[in-house]
Design a protein around this ligand. Structure first.
Ligand SMILES: [Zn+2]
Length: 244
């Protein structure tokens, strides 16, 4: 497949705008990044201070692993550099790193021993794909914390970082965004159900394992692509300019 940086920029700008539409953003904090294939260690990120709803593809910065802005106007925020550069370095399979403080998933991260429970179909897609980090040591604005978070993520697709938020990695922006979206929906349903105080129905491991059996990754990959294309059409109509 031929790589076009313009496609990657448009997808990343779309992901920022879509996340804002779904309420997954928080102020001007948090970041989505996308790996550039070469030179090694370079990635795209939003310039500090820009709102997610106004991102344009051409505004995205190219930053190297040392935090040098090699293309574009603006600054890279330290936690964007240290969380994202370290995870991209540790996970060559990841094309994107999506970090948010999205409300419902973050609420699970502040519960002692909080876990995304296998109580809804949406939660089942994350069976055996989540890592939990119970250590919170302050803002992730230095290299050691970025490296520690990358270690806590390991080979998982999702990291719940205690008292902070979630980090999702994806083999493509479409796949990462699809996971981020469904993670929030699954967390929301779980917390709503828990708020009733009534017992939850857990799906047995055997069913969850069958749900994510061998054919499932391909189905999810295809669904993510179709979902993201549909969402980009909505943006094209209602929030044009993101791909410019
Ligand atoms: Zn954060």
């Amino acid at each position: 497949m031929t790589f076009h940086e313009s496609d990657l920029r448009a997808d990343l700008a779309a992901a920022y705008r879509l996340a804002e539409r779904f309420g997954l953003n928080e102020g001007i904090s948090n970041h989505f990044t996308a790996r550039l294939p070469e030179p090694e260690d370079r990635f795209l990120v939003i310039p500090h201070g820009l709102h997610w709803s106004e991102v344009r593809a051409s505004q995205l910065l190219v930053v190297d692993g040392d935090g040098i802005v090699v293309e574009g106007d603006g600054e890279v925020e330290p936690s964007a550099l240290y969380i994202h550069s370290r995870i991209l370095r540790a996970r060559p399979d990841a094309m994107c790193v999506l970090h948010t403080h999205q409300t419902h998933a973050t609420a699970i991260s502040v519960i002692e021993g909080g876990r995304l429970l296998p109580v809804s179909q949406n939660a089942l897609r994350f069976h055996d794909r989540i890592a939990y980090d119970s250590h919170y040591g302050g803002a992730a604005d230095h290299a050691a914390e970025g490296e520690r978070l990358a270690g806590a993520l390991g080979d998982a697709a999702v990291l719940f970082h205690a008292n902070h938020g979630v980090i999702v990695v994806g083999e493509s922006i479409a796949r990462g965004f699809d996971d981020l979206y469904f993670l929030e929906r699954a967390a929301e349903v779980q917390l709503l159900a828990q708020s009733t105080g009534q017992a939850l129905r857990s799906v047995p491991d055997s069913i969850a394992e069958r749900y994510v059996s061998e054919s499932r990754p391909n189905a999810l990959r295809q669904q993510a692509l179709v979902h993201f294309r549909a969402l980009r059409r909505v943006l094209d109509a209602e929030s044009p300019g993101y791909a410019d």
